[in-house]
Ligand binder design. Sequence first.
Ligand code: TYD
Length: 202
Amino acid sequence: MKPGKFITLEGVDGAGKSTHLDYLTDKIRSQGVELVVTREPGGTPLGEKLRTLLLNDPMQPDTELMLMYAARAEHVAGLIKPALVRGAWVLSDRFADASYAYQCGGRGIDAARLESLEIWTLSGFKPDLTLLFDVSPEVAEARRSQARAADRFEQEQVDFFKRVREAYLHRAEREPGRIKVIDASHSIENIRAELDRIMESL
Ligand code: TYD
């Protein structure tokens, strides 16, 4: 059987990922494809417990990076790869590019540390397509939901999100074939039209 496609969504908090995740979910399912929708950190019972710790408990940056990868190792082995092997598609709200952006860009951890974790836990496994919703940290801040309490990341200042954004864009420059940058300051209709075009190519 043809293995499924692995698609990830990325962007700073407040870029509008969640809105577009729902659109893409409906679009892919309407093609009659089995689609597994998941998220990081999380996606497995253990990963969701790690998510609660990561989003709420103060910790060292290195601890944060390693727990992200611990959750990711569970996620890839327990959910993502089995789904792809049986021919399902997988849509994940964040994946490894988020560690590069948040832990290396935002927290300032040396990229070599992340690379060794990446080689160890992923051994070259990558998404087929990554949609990077790019927006200025100021616009993202204004959009972030005021309805619920901010988690540990959302409480960071604008400078943190500037570094996160730069790191995301740097990664996209290095892998233009996989990472498609979408200007998330555009209207929802424009973004949907762009998503339709990108999805055609898959
Ligand atoms: P997010 O995906 O924004 O979920 P929600 O919309 O429910 O807030 O929250 C996850 C947070 O985790 C986000 O602030 C980014 C952070 N994160 C990292 O710092 N590194 C990672 O590797 C991943 C996957 C997420």
